[in-house]
Write a protein that binds this ligand. Structure first.
Ligand code: GLA
Length: 377
């Protein structure tokens, strides 16, 4: 991403002597809607993110300029100062969550910009939260550890943006490491870096450009379904429940909750299968599980849409190894594991067939697994 215009805008609005911070969007190979169920996820940070030019201003006010929107916002740091602009809720929320954890912060000036496609399921909002959490923690010497920085982003979503998300996106954005996927146990918060460089394959995202917004969306309803079933099972999380246990309480839960839980239990197993397959270099199994996840998310969890089902079907027909909807759902991208020799024909076919059916081409993003939150200058 070209930082120069963002720096120039900062200089014009607020002057010199700034710092620059960045954080990343993410992909997730497998393990979807498992994080808030205490399960495993398998994300990696990508080379698309948010960049913020920032300087402490010695006041108790934040002055923020959203470069890509050409909009500014100014707000204080008390609970009643919540700004009107929805994009500013993320920055305001991060400030408030730092303060709630005892961080002593004051005002700052900032100009930020991003290249994570919005509503594509790649966590542009986590990138924004992590950038500011990381920057403020460093600039104000708050001494908050990295996990807590991720939780600051997650709490921002919960308390200021209306999305009861899990920890995956903010974790990936803060902890991302070049060339590595990360397997995170969302119950114990133990994690492991997995170097990911499948010889002979590429990972590519195909963006349907059906915009998703998790705010006020059925995302929170899915989470509530899982929590209801966990409660009936007498567990804190769905994690660890078996299909036998679920079947035993089938008549105590709704048909819909049963299907949601069935998906989550299946997804736990698929993450384990994918980890084992990756260790053996068995990409056929990885891909097979990806398709299973897609159809589980579509039929049981019901977070897909017609366009994404179509993209998964086109991928299958093209011989793509694995393809599935990625992220929270309700629009956005599929993530595809494609053999090198099939890559060009798959992209051409997916574009043409999608265009023929829906009147626009999908966007294609090659995935480069990159570092997470850090200071640039
Ligand atoms: C969104 C949420 C995450 C996670 C995914 C689905 O990205 O922010 O916490 O639940 O959906 O896996």
């Amino acid at each position: 991403m070209n930082v120069e215009p963002v720096k120039a805008k900062f200089a014009e609005l607020f002057g010199s002597d700034f710092s620059i911070y960045t954080s990343a969007g993410r992909i997730n190979l497998i393990g979807e809607h498992t994080d808030y169920n205490g399960g495993f996820v398998f994300p990696g940070a990508v080379d698309k993110g948010i960049v913020a030019v920032i300087k402490l201003n010695g006041t108790d006010k934040v002055r923020a300029y959203a470069f890509d929107l050409g909009e500014s916002a100014e707000f204080g740091l008390n609970e009643e100062d919540k700004p009107a602009e929805s994009w500013a809720h993320y920055i305001f929320g991060v400030c408030r969550e730092i303060q709630k954890r005892g961080g002593k912060i004051g005002g700052f000036d900032t100009v930020f910009s991003g290249d994570v496609p919005l509503g594509a399921g790649m966590s542009s909002s986590a990138a924004l939260e992590s950038t500011f959490a990381f920057a403020l923690n460093e600039l104000y010497n708050c001494g908050i550890d990295k996990f807590e920085l991720a939780k600051i982003g997650q709490s921002t979503e919960h308390n200021y943006c209306g999305v009861k998300c899990g920890i995956m996106d903010q974790f990936a954005s803060v902890f991302g490491k070049q060339g590595c996927l990360m397997r995170l146990d969302c119950r114990s918060l133990e994690y492991e870096y997995f170097p990911f460089d499948p010889q002979g394959y590429k990972l590519v995202l195909v963006d349907s450009r059906v915009k998703h917004a998790l705010v006020g969306s059925p995302y929170n309803d899915r989470r509530a379904s899982c929590e209801r079933v966990a409660k009936v099972l007498g567990q804190e999380f769905l994690r660890g429940a078996t299909m036998e246990q679920l079947d035993a309480v089938k008549d105590q839960i709704s048909e819909e909750d049963y299907k949601r839980a069935r998906y989550v239990i299946g997804e736990e197993q698929r993450v384990m299968d994918v980890c084992a397959a990756l260790e053996k270099g068995d990409y056929e199994t990885v891909g097979a599980r990806m398709y299973e996840t897609h159809w589980g998310m579509s039929k049981d969890y019901e977070v897909s849409c017609e366009e994404l089902d179509f993209l998964a079907e086109v991928a299958k027909a093209c011989g793509v190894t694995g393809s599935r909807i990625m992220g929270g759902g309700f629009g956005g991208c599929t993530i595809n594991l494609v053999k090198d020799e099939l890559y060009d024909s798959f992209i051409a076919t997916a574009k043409a067939k999608f265009n023929e059916k829906y009147g626009h081409e999908p966007m294609i993003y090659d995935v480069i697994i990159s570092d997470g939150a850090r200071r640039l200058e």
